[in-house]
Design a protein around this ligand. Structure first.
Ligand SMILES: [Zn+2]
Length: 257
């Protein structure tokens, strides 16, 4: 059920029997020469809407702009500063609690949001307002992602390319897949960008000239459909698991004696 499509009296019956909501969270940022800036919020929204359709749980409108200052050198990237994002996410989540929601899944598709959504979840739980957790789609299906692609990449790589080929093929520049691969960083190892144990880079452009990593020519819409199906299943299962928990068991434990 998509919140923004309902009339308010209809939502009352949902809040009477259910207390879970999906909140899709993405970004609007460069995704190389082949993918739209909408990539992350399109992925988050379509997974959350699909999981809501299949399960009957509520899905809220999408947060389209996240924490992306590390992509700012590329045209069009939008972001808000981390403290602003945290305040905004906490505020909109507290407003869901006011209507009777007591557990939230942030359906996230942008790595830069992860630590901030975790912090917001902690604040809400520490204040015993509500239980909110962050869920990142590709981390729910790591083995499938590994099986499908030889040379992955954390940003604008084949997994995101395949997802957009499946979700919104008209927005993919198929003629730019080779350019994306050849102009970016193909062999990506975190170890290569560490210096004596320290992560030395801050911005995407420090590692890749065109903003993306991995081999995009390995992506197809069929692979995207497989990823989409598998991640949706994980999300529905997570929601069912979370819905079945007692609220008190989700709250912080008491201090030891
Ligand atoms: Zn992305």
């Amino acid at each position: 059920m998509y919140l923004a499509d309902q009339r308010w009296p209809e939502l009352g019956s949902y809040f009477e029997s259910e207390s879970l909501a999906f909140v899709p969270v993405g970004s609007t940022e460069q995704h190389g020469p082949h993918l739209p800036e909408a990539t992350d919020h399109l992925i988050a929204e379509s997974l959350a809407r699909e999981a809501a359709d299949r399960s009957g749980y509520l899905c809220t409108p999408t947060v389209n702009i996240g924490v992306s200052p590390h992509h700012r050198q590329f045209h069009g990237t939008m972001w808000v500063d981390a403290p602003v994002f945290r305040e905004y996410m906490e505020s909109l989540t507290r407003n869901l609690a006011y209507h009777g929601i007591d557990r939230v899944i942030y359906v996230n598709a942008h790595g830069g949001n992860v630590e901030h959504l975790r912090e917001v979840g902690r604040r809400l739980r520490d204040s015993e307002c509500l239980y909110a957790i962050e869920w990142m789609w590709d981390e729910s299906i790591p083995e499938l992602v590994d099986d499908l692609f030889e040379t992955n990449g954390p940003h604008g790589g084949p997994k995101e390319t395949a997802m957009i080929q499946h979700i919104a093929p008209e927005l993919v520049r198929e003629d730019k897949l080779e350019t994306a691969r050849d102009g970016g960083l193909t062999d990506w190892e975190m170890d290569d960008v560490r210096m004596h144990g320290a992560r030395t880079f801050y911005d995407a452009i420090d590692n890749t000239d065109n903003g993306v990593l991995g081999d995009q020519t390995d992506a197809t819409a069929e692979k995207g459909q497989q990823l989409f199906e598998a991640a949706t299943e994980q999300l529905v299962d997570l929601a069912d698991w979370l819905s079945a928990r007692e609220f008190d068991a989700l709250m912080p434990r008491d201090h030891v004696d």
